[in-house]
Design a protein around this ligand. Sequence first.
Ligand SMILES: [Zn+2]
Length: 382
Amino acid sequence: MGSATAPTSPNALCFSDGLPSTGLPCHVEISADGLTVRFDEHNGLGEVNLPFRALSVSAGGLNHDQLVVRWGTAPSTQTVYLKDPSLIRTFRSAAPPELMKELDATAAAVRRARSRNRMAWGITAGAIGALMMGIWFSMDLLVGWAVDRIPLDWERRIGESAYQDFLIQHPAVKDGPAVAAVQEISERLIAHIPGNPYTFEVAVVKSEVVNAFALPGGYVVVFTALLQQAENAEEVAGVLSHELNHVLERHALQRIVKQLGLVTTVGIIIGDQQGLARVMKQIGVELLSLKFGRSQETEADVTGLQLLHRSHIDPSGMVTFFQRMTQKERGGVEWLSTHPMSAGRAQRLEAEIASLPKTAAEPFTFKWNTVQDALRPVAVRG
Ligand SMILES: [Zn+2]
């Protein structure tokens, strides 16, 4: 082979005036006397022998975990960065104590800076955490604040478009005993809502699905299968009263504000009319599959029972209907998927009924079996 220097793989990076600004890989060897820096023989730089007394050291690199060895005098200083921990250990054990004093001072400064950084980060993380907790706790308050500022005609427009879309797909029953009965029950309830800002519309829709729902702005839909399953008018009144109270408590709007996010909602309230048009379409579709939260259901239950009581309608109909539907556990009872009758819910309802002062119920003008007869499919003669 003939070459005086054996090829060695680079273990450090050298910097100096004549070298690329990104550094040139080099090989460093440490002996008792000092440092030997050897470059690849092809670039003709050969090797440099440096006694320890010619060197100065500092900590370097992004994480200050590299040993920077410097020699020469300005402007022709040269540096080599040692990254390999075992190479750095070898350097430390071979170097005279005077040289290492300098490095230890640097290392101590780096450790102090790191610890300050850690503390600063700790404080920042703590502050962010506290802020998030604050936002979390005040979120319901903020949602309430935004909902209170949604104008009534806004709410009506949102609800009405979803209601009309639904009725195109499922035409409302125009007249007959069922429609008249639902109207009478609704009117009795609505008449007992103090300071009612809504003009409620209640539609009866022919469907095999046992369901009823209310949309923002006061649009209520009752399915014929629910009327068929009800054993008396008080049970229907229980469902209607619950649904009316979802509207009165603006539960759908609370869900919408939470889904849209507060920033979007506040922007719309402040007057982003285009934003309103954009979200109206989206909301309209989602309203029909909107699920209320558990606390909203409890609120609709409790205020619903109170409304039944004020309207002189026996409030136990709400409980008996839910319980019977749960016991049946048959398909098609859509209402139960959004209103599961848990033991806790039954207990709350019964406790609430027990707490209401006793009053005599006023009967309705219709006979419930007449209503049900009218809903029964007419037998086709063979
Ligand atoms: Zn509900």
